[in-house]
Ligand binder design. Sequence first.
Ligand code: MEV
Length: 445
Amino acid sequence: MSQKEPVSGFSRLSKKEKIALAGNLISNPEQFARELSRYWHHDPEVQSLIDELSENTVSNFILPFGLAPNFLINDTPYILPLVIEESSVVAAASRAAKLWFTRGGFRSEVISTVKPGHIYFKWRANPELLLDNEKEIESYLIENSSHITENMEKMGGGIRSITIRDMKPEMPTHYKLEAKFETADSMGANFINTCLECFSRLLPEFFREKGILIDEHDMDINMAILSNHTPECLVTCRVECTIQDLAGMGSGLDALGFAEKFRDAVDIARYDTYRAVTHNKGIYNGIDALVMATGNDYRAVEAAGHAFASSGGRYSALTVADLSGGLFQYELKVPMAIGTVGGLTTSHPLARLSMDLLGHPDARQLMQIAASAGLANNFAAIWSLITSGIQKGHMKMHLANILRAIGATQEEKDSALEYFRDKTVSYRAAQDYITALRTKEIPDD
Ligand code: MEV
């Protein structure tokens, strides 16, 4: 079918009708429908929960939920739940966690948990009327939104400040109201946006009540929205040991040689953007997987991290290595706006299970755990990169995927896993090996 007109009312169709309609676009609609329904959850209650998380849900896209043991974080041992499709991430996290378990573990600290939100608006009246009333506007908005903030305040959160800034020189006559919030154990997106939308209704009222006459057209609100740039919602995570404790980390490298090569690798990522992006991607391999497993918003966390990585005016590594005083010290600092109550964290059954496994952390503890997952993955990546290289471990993990893709039987898989134990894995090599097995031309060891 070649579609000429937009489809109307798609969302009102039943799941089967949606699948049938989409099936018109592909060569084998029956198989399409069969495959999609194979992944429906057998428990209708779970399925309807998943259906309602999004719109037009027709099936479930399954990802692995893995466990990374041996994380010692601020003296507490954890097994981390990680949801990720990349095969070597859980192994990398576990490898680094085990190494640091016997070297003091991860020390993580929350620096601050303030989250901002903004109202962007045009102001055509006298700017003094706006800026000179900043303090009064702040009190007025806080007082008149208390019905929204009451509960949050009981939990230790609420509005922390409201300021008004002009957006000169780029956007003269444009202003932004910046509100800063604490959101206790919730990520707080709904709370912040509700407050901001309330403020945007209250702002014109403030001027009316004060008897400040502004023309209806003097103030034009563009939008009210939280910001995912959260440089004041920060967590650090550090590992530290004597340099001597790094003996045996790579063949041909003594402890100091390893430490220096590691420090240089981190410095490369501090000064070279090409490397920095990949370096930070490795950090987010761990953070995202933990954030996903706990039902938090990994897109928000990543966006904040990449903006923070650019805060010095150039995109740079989120970690720093230091070798002074005979110590190896390695630290990550990242923004991390996540929560442990509300949203998917409490509604998704596996996110709830993750929270259980982590001993029901509060938001600050979860920030520390996520940062540790990030530092562990990054440490493991650099460890591999400066010693054996990344492909050895990666392709070994990937071998299982390749074997599945080329339709190897269990017996063939076992045989290939054994054969490639000490060989370089590639798609082609795996395919050749399976073909040879089938034609009994098994390559020499
Ligand atoms: C792969 O997903 C992540 C790495 O590329 C990170 C890095 O290079 O530091 C291994």
